[in-house]
Design a protein around this ligand. Structure first.
Ligand SMILES: [Zn+2]
Length: 678
């Protein structure tokens, strides 16, 4: 029996043969594909004189089979996994890391790349080729290819230790989260909580052996609703304190030393590679370019948001005072009274909106929006194999009716799927020998499922999520690059959310909502005043929320641009940085760094600012659509050509300027958020 992963797929559009793939095919296929990839590298090294074509371009073209197989494997590990696949992932991941390191630490290969890089000005390269050369060269440098002897060893040791420390950080947070449970015995202590949340709390208690009681944990789906809806102040305080003292209690799960070690090693690593700080190292490959740009950016938002944030907090404090005579608004009160106030101000809730957002209609609306803007059409194609019966495969065609992409949509939760929503690809786009090889794109979500009596009716939040992920998908589907490593969503991190976030804007526009938002029973179109309410509610407490994001961004930057030798007392350091943005009384003993997984476990170090950064780009870019019309063809075509199709072929600042005619400005976002007057 041949391994279907290694054989020619012989499927429509060369799509993954999911119906043939079994778990036991992965490991042998990956091993064989690594072999093939190593042959590619050997071939490159055996060429006599290094040229752009035989080295830089050839590297981009190398290891294609390995790319396809590992992509299928890791996509399934997120969307349709099981114990066996998870076990395989632990085996396969180190194989791939080793393989990548073998390439980036290959001195012969690096010498070839470096030689071409030194001559780059004489080579007459196109912009895309220059970008590929620069990116390839930098990937070697940033991985330490220039280091020799002791320094090279030191870098490997640091990398290993960093991987261990990040893991340990995450394990401590997880252990702290998992070991905590708070039981409630009297039902009246649950006043204010929606029935669904109470049910979930009863179920947790039952699982923990206390039937007839209710239990809360520090998991988001348990903690957040309790803080938002529980009338009982003591309950909120108890949970708040538990949440905000995670991994900081001086026991074996305390993360403070782990953080200090992480910061020191990141700093050492950056210095070894020739950068002033970890932030400088990270930001070199970001649209923002330097720590100074990020700090100025955050400071601008701090100045603009603070007065409005203070007003937001005052409004809630006054409201709580009037409502229940609350003397001091504490941190565990803010979410609760904010929610009550929001209800009073906007009279808007999910259940009011759901009937207008039947999933099938919303998907149709997303497709229509893509057609009106970019001329793309979608047709379901059941000949394309899918990895689960819930998944629908489509063929997308461009405005000339030519094949554009394969598109998989996977909407409902199930046991083998992780939480959240994301876009991914099974095959990237590239062009070789004059043939444009089109991509296979997928979006995966966890939306409200249909029941026996009701179709899938989405919350407004789920609608914007769908538009968001579809925006990423457009970035993938409309890709028109030459090189796979620069194509589609392969762009700098602080640029990748522009296509997704801008696409969310259409959900707030009547012209777009009228395409699909109608009551699933009566067919009534969504009323204009409801759209107005959605818009207003979206701007609720924008001052406070902005300031909060800015505070996390500032803390992240402070950690990664300071010499860690100066951070002796982590708690004091955090307090000092957060002072500028604190609007509620500080609670002694609490801290956030020890649970700040984004920057100490995930990949957001020196990158937290990028949430706000992407919003600036998205609001500024959408402003042009608002001026010219949300379905204006010229603007859509320019956005397609300069952003969506261009991928990472050039620096994002250049691409953005081409679309907008100038650099991005924060004013559109500040206006939309009500932080400056319109
Ligand atoms: Zn996104």
């Amino acid at each position: 029996m041949t391994n279907p992963l290694l054989a020619d797929f012989a499927t429509p559009f060369d799509t993954a043969p999911f119906h043939l793939i079994k778990n036991e095919h992965f490991l042998p296929a990956i091993n064989e594909a690594i072999h093939l990839a190593k042959d590619d590298i050997a071939r490159i090294k055996s060429e006599s004189l290094p040229t752009f074509e035989n080295t830089i371009e050839a590297l981009d073209r190398s290891g294609k089979k390995l790319g396809v197989i590992s992509t299928i494997f890791f996509n399934l590990n997120s969307a349709e996994t099981n114990d066996e696949i998870q076990k395989l992932a632990r085996e396969i991941s180190p194989l791939l890391t080793d393989h990548a390191n073998d390439i980036l630490l290959d001195q012969v290969l690096f010498q070839r790349v470096a030689l071409i890089f030194e001559e780059k000005d004489t080579l007459n390269l196109s912009a895309e080729e220059s970008t590929l050369l620069e990116k390839t060269y930098k990937s070697f440098i940033r991985n330490g290819a220039k280091l020799t002897g002791e320094d090279a060893d030191k870098l490997r040791q640091i990398d290993q230790k960093l991987a261990q420390l990040s893991l340990k950080f995450g394990e401590n947070v997880l252990a702290e989260t998992n070991k905590y449970v708070h039981f409630v015995e009297n039902e009246e202590d649950l006043d204010g909580l929606p029935d669904g949340i109470k049910e979930a709390a009863a179920q947790i208690a039952e699982e923990k052996g206390r039937s007839g009681q209710w239990a809360f944990t520090l998991d988001y789906p348990s903690y957040i609703p309790a803080m938002t809806y529980a009338k009982n102040r003591e309950l909120r305080k108890t949970l708040y304190l538990a949440y905000n003292t995670k991994a900081s209690k001086g026991d074996e799960l305390d993360n403070q030393e782990t953080i200090k070690n992480l910061l020191q090693l990141r700093h050492d690593r950056a210095r070894l590679l020739g950068y002033a700080s970890h932030a400088d190292f990270v930001l070199e490959e970001r649209m923002a370019k330097s720590p100074k740009t990020v700090l100025d950016f955050l400071d601008n938002f701090l100045q603009k948001a603070k007065p409005k944030a203070e007003a937001d907090v005052r409004e809630v404090a006054d409201y709580a005072q009037k409502l229940e005579g609350l003397e001091t608004l504490e941190r565990w009160d803010f979410g609760y009274y904010s929610e009550l106030l929001k209800k009073e101000k906007y009279a808007l809730d999910d259940e009011l909106l759901r009937p207008f957002f039947r999933l099938e209609k919303v998907v149709d609306g997303v497709f229509q929006t893509a057609e009106k803007l970019f001329g793309i059409t979608f047709t379901p194609n059941s000949d394309i194999s899918a990895y689960h019966p819930d998944v629908t495969a489509y063929e997308a065609k461009d405005r000339d009716g030519k094949h554009l992409a394969v598109f998989y949509a996977d909407f409902f939760p199930r046991a083998g799927k992780r939480n959240g929503a994301w876009m991914t690809s099974y095959k990237g786009q590239f062009s070789e020998d004059g043939i444009d090889s089109r991509p296979h794109i997928s979006i995966v979500c966890n939306f409200t499922k249909p029941t026996k009596s009701k179709p899938s009716l989405l919350t407004f939040n789920e609608v914007t999520t769908l538009f968001h992920e579809f925006g990423h998908a457009l970035h993938g589907m409309l890709a028109r690059g030459t090189y796979e490593s620069l194509s589609g969503t392969s762009v700098f991190w602080d640029f990748v959310e522009l296509p997704s976030q801008i696409f969310e804007n259409w959900c707030y526009e009547k012209e777009c909502l009228d395409l699909f938002a109608e009551h699933y029973q009566t067919g009534e179109k969504i009323p204009a005043e409801l759209i107005e309410k959605i818009k207003n509610a979206a701007n609720y407490q924008q001052g406070y929320l902005t300031l909060r994001q800015v505070s996390f961004g500032l803390l992240d930057m402070a950690f990664h641009s300071t010499d860690p030798g100066q951070i002796t007392d982590l708690r004091a350091f955090e307090e000092e940085v957060m002072k500028k943005t604190d609007l509620l009384p500080k609670v002694p003993g609490t801290m956030m760094s020890t649970g700040f997984s984004h920057i100490f476990q995930g990949g957001y170090s020196s990158g937290y600012y990028s949430y706000k950064w992407a919003e600036v780009l998205e609001a500024d870019a959408f402003e042009l659509f608002l001026e010219k019309g949300v379905f204006d063809q010229e603007t859509a075509l320019s956005f397609e050509k300069n952003v969506l199709s261009a991928g990472g072929s050039e620096h994002p600042s250049i691409l953005y300027q081409r679309f907008r005619g100038r650099d991005p400005k924060p004013e559109a976002l500040l206006k939309r958020s009500g932080l400056i007057s319109a």
